[in-house]
Design a protein around this ligand. Structure first.
Ligand SMILES: [Zn+2]
Length: 302
């Protein structure tokens, strides 16, 4: 009796398992929830530092008792990102937006600032960014009112924001924005977090890039806000910068070897691998482009 009961229970259980398995096969699996179009997040542990994200781009803004310092308008091909950005600022403060600081001259980060300009904001960028924008006159980009050479400090309502030029890297005009009290920096595109670089790293100075990373490491800060969300939306830290320097060193060594063996470009782009970094964001899609860029360095010297 005990045995038959157990057998019946087992049969019932296995029938349930079979039903569950059949359901699992026939039910369409729900797609992973898409992140909302945009989000505004107050940086943990601060009183007044916010991240505004719209799709895959993000920007920092700082609220003070005497106005707001905003950064990249991130409005390329989507003016609604800029108006949303302004609406989001207005939700947290009635203070006027006094500044818009550009991280660097790439259009995906700085397009669409006119609504900020119309509200009276003063635009600030590195001097090389202004020179480039004046030369190219791209549509829909506000030309900076004020430029930074090596360093500049904005003080507003008791908040200090330092703007540092650390040399050429992903562009020739990247600014590191540092909040000394909060020990936070905002740096865009030249310090990807746990991610390889964008494709073949166009418009870049490979030979000077590492120097600028070392300058960033020498500054006093604890958290880095990137211009594209990091893994799981986390902020960066100094270890991420060290890891990136190590990645560049490993990549450089591997491609130099391939270049010396006459394998640049095509064979190197297929054969050079750095399995240690396989788990980094965009390794599969963009790593061959990174190899291509280092081939250019060893073939042409820049
Ligand atoms: Zn860029």
């Amino acid at each position: 009796m005990g045995t038959s009961y157990a057998r019946a229970a087992l049969a019932a259980a296995s029938a349930l398992v079979a039903v569950a398995a059949a359901l699992a096969q026939t039910q369409p699996t729900a797609p992973p929830a898409a992140p909302p179009l945009f989000a505004t997040t107050k940086v943990e542990g601060t009183d007044n530092v916010y991240i505004f994200r719209y799709q895959g781009h993000q920007s920092m803004f700082v609220v003070t008792s005497d106005g707001v310092i905003a950064t990249d308008p991130i409005g390329l091909g989507r003016p609604q990102a800029v108006t949303t950005y302004i609406d989001e600022i207005k939700k947290v403060t009635s203070q006027p937006i006094k500044y818009v600081v550009y991280s660097h001259s790439h259009y995906d980060h700085i397009s669409g600032g006119k609504p900020f300009k119309d509200l009276g904001a003063r635009f600030v960028a590195h001097k090389n960014a202004k020179a480039q924008l004046e030369r190219l006159r791209p549509a829909n980009i506000v030309v900076p009112d004020e430029v930074v050479d090596t360093q500049h400090t904005i003080t507003l309502g008791g908040t200090t924001l330092e703007l540092h030029y650390v040399g050429r890297n992903h562009s020739d005009n990247s600014l590191v924005m540092r909040l000394p009290k909060e020990k936070i920096i905002f740096a865009v595109d030249f310090i990807p977090i746990q991610s390889v670089f964008w494709r073949s790293m166009p418009d870049s100075w490979i030979d000077e890039w590492e120097t600028s990373l070392k300058r960033v490491l020498a500054m006093d800060w604890e958290r880095l806000i990137p211009g594209h969300p990091g893994p799981g939306g986390r902020l960066g830290n100094k270890q991420d910068v060290q890891n990136l320097l190590q990645y560049m060193a490993d990549l450089s060594t591997a491609v130099k070897e391939a270049a010396d063996a006459g394998k640049c470009y095509d064979t190197a782009m297929k054969e050079v691998k750095l399995p240690k970094y396989e788990a980094w964001t965009n390794y599969a899609g963009w790593f061959p482009g990174n190899v291509e860029r280092y081939c250019l360095l060893y073939r042409s010297g820049f």
